[in-house]
Design a binder for this molecule. Structure first.
Ligand code: ATP
Length: 353
């Protein structure tokens, strides 16, 4: 296992006109479980394929610890990769499919048997070991593919590209926790690509948020939720995402329209800002003090309510306990708590209340 270091790595599919991955420097640290999270087309698969050697980057170098592997083909990188759809030998049994990567690398027979049985038991495949793979449904086949990716104890990294897409939704939670268990056991460096924030946040030690070919922020799930450093992360993580309200700094006071929402906690020049606060932290009340808002609708979510409001022209959502009693068209008052309210300029966080 090794640290995987990207130095100025970028990729363009069209000779440099556009960059699917903008040149970046970044290290994946050994034995950590990462989620690589971002919307469709942001460059996740390109980045994964550069690590595995399926793509040679247009610029930059890749190192596994101090070894420069930029020109080393996939077979020489000792990487296990699991794709979105099953990749199996259909005529082989489940056992032989799982054993294949180990036999290929000449693991001792007893270790092969031990690893196959361990992984199959964890993934709930132990009763299917003798079954031909083509006789399994696509969801089960994908779980076998996952097992093939995880069966080797000695790999530089395991790369998982949206591995649970074809798996029954009810099984996904279980499989994610099994994956974590296997990770704890093997200490593999895992990179798990997904566009689903729940998948990323529940799985990873560290989430790397990618957008438009660039890393926006990386951190532990709670850090990304509580302290986004970029507007994109505020929007993309959370359900619904962070409220963003145009405001203005006058002296050390942050205003929305004529209403003061708080004092700036750090030194910032006056002028326009965007005020970011998550629905979970907006405090809404029927009476002042606070910024006056108009309630425009309520989503009753069962466990909680989402109260939709407007401050002037700008929508702000507040999450409240279920049965909060707000009705459309009534007036409400909003408070934006210090420590949970951030200020952004040019989409980048520049301060807080
Ligand atoms: P998805 O979640 O939809 O798989 P992604 O985040 O994995 O997307 P990539 O598949 O890496 O994104 O694609 C990044 C960008 O590169 C996209 O604009 C895509 O259209 C483009 N792209 C990907 N593969 C190729 C290719 N072989 N030739 C040309 N452009 C490509």
């Amino acid at each position: 296992m090794a640290d995987i270091r990207l130095e100025g790595v970028g990729h363009s599919y069209d000779g440099g006109t556009t960059w699917a991955l903008k040149p970046m420097t970044w290290t994946w640290r050994t034995s950590r479980a990462y989620a690589l999270l971002g919307p469709s087309g942001c460059g996740k698969t390109t980045l994964l394929n550069i690590i595995s050697g399926l793509i040679t980057p247009t610029v930059g170098r890749i190192f596994f610890d101090d070894r420069d592997v930029t020109d080393v083909p996939t077979a020489g990188r000792n990487i296990a990769q699991v794709f979105q759809f099953p990749v199996l030998y259909e005529e082989m049994s489940v056992y032989d499919n799982l054993a294949f990567p180990l036999r290929n690398r000449k693991y001792p027979k007893n270790e092969i048997d031990q690893r196959v049985r361990q992984v199959s038991q964890l993934l709930g495949l132990d009763h299917l070991l003798r079954r031909r793979s083509r006789r399994l449904d696509p969801g089960r086949q994908q779980i076998v593919s996952l097992g093939r990716g995880l069966v080797r104890s000695q790999v530089a990294a395991v790369l998982l590209d949206e591995p649970l897409t074809v798996v029954d939704p009810a099984l996904k939670w279980t499989l994610r926790s099994k994956l974590k268990e296997i990770h704890r056991d093997t200490g593999h460096t895992l990179i798990y690509v997904t566009h689903d924030q729940t998948e990323a946040l529940t799985f990873a030690d560290e989430v790397v948020v990618l957008n438009d070919g660039a890393i926006m922020q990386a951190g532990e799930p709670a850090e990304l939720f509580l302290s986004p450093s970029h507007e994109f992360v505020g929007h993309f993580i959370g359900s619904p995402g962070m409220n963003m309200v145009p405001g203005e700094i006058v002296g050390d006071v942050v205003r929305v329209g004529q209403a003061a929402v708080g004092s700036v906690a750090n030194d910032l020049p006056p002028g326009p800002v965007r005020i970011g606060v998550r629905p979970e932290f907006v405090q809404i009340t029927h009476a002042s003090p606070g910024v006056a808002a108009q309630v425009t609708g309520i989503d009753r979510m069962g466990a909680y309510d989402l109260v939709h409001t407007r401050v002037g022209e700008h929508p702000v959502i507040a999450r409240t306990e279920a049965g909060s009693g707000y009705q459309p068209d009534v007036e409400a008052f909003l408070r934006f708590p210090p420590d949970r309210t951030f200020l952004f300029r040019d989409q980048v966080r520049c301060g807080f209340l």
